[in-house]
Design a protein around this ligand. Structure first.
Ligand SMILES: [Zn+2]
Length: 189
């Protein structure tokens, strides 16, 4: 038993517990992403659907030369020196107001990654473990994860490594996680 725990060699039932918990966490994260996407859709409608200059909603998409800082210079003229200055110029789809001719940056929407979101949770858990008195929202996230096993969270740490700060992978080792979260190797079959 001790050796299996040490090497994190889970039996079939322990594996099942971890896998069910992972499914639950990913499902929670998916719901969170749905909400973020709905919010982002609203942002997109606000930015792309209404002219910031005259407030009208007679907006179409057009191609335009856009300088590096996002300033929209005007109509597209390929191969001319239309846009001066030293910043890089790229041709982009922009919003164009049919009423006043104003052009502005097209909002393309954000992308959300479940691993990025979970990595943020892990970062908050790390911060909470290091300093439990700092932020109460970190405690909230820590408590939300407290029903999961140390092995489940360790699995997440490995999966989200690409998105995580070094301090997360350094702090959330299986040994430390087992001090804070119950282990599938203890008290369960
Ligand atoms: Zn306008």
């Amino acid at each position: 038993m001790f050796i299996r725990k040490f090497f994190n060699r889970r039996n079939k039932e322990q594996e099942k517990v971890v896998s069910c918990q992972l499914t639950e966490i990913y499902e929670f994260t998916r719901q969170k992403i749905d909400k973020l996407l709905a919010k982002d859709e609203e942002t997109s409608k606000d930015i792309n659907g209404k002219c910031p200059n005259c407030g009208c909603e007679n907006v179409v998409h057009k191609f335009a030369n856009v300088s590096g800082n996002g300033y929209v210079s005007g109509e597209m003229f390929i191969g001319t020196g239309y846009v001066s200055g030293s910043s890089e110029v790229i041709t982009k789809k922009v919003n164009h107001c049919n009423d006043c001719g104003n052009q502005w940056k097209l909002y393309n929407g954000q992308t959300f990654s479940s691993h990025k979101i979970i990595a943020d949770d892990l970062f908050q858990i790390t911060s909470y473990i290091k300093d439990p008195n700092r932020w109460s929202f970190q405690q909230g996230i820590y408590l939300r994860y407290s029903k999961y096993s140390a092995e489940t969270i360790y699995e997440l740490v490995k999966r989200c490594e690409h998105w995580s700060f070094h301090t997360v992978t350094k702090t959330l080792t299986l040994r430390i996680l087992r001090k804070h979260f119950k282990s599938v190797f203890d008290g369960r079959k």
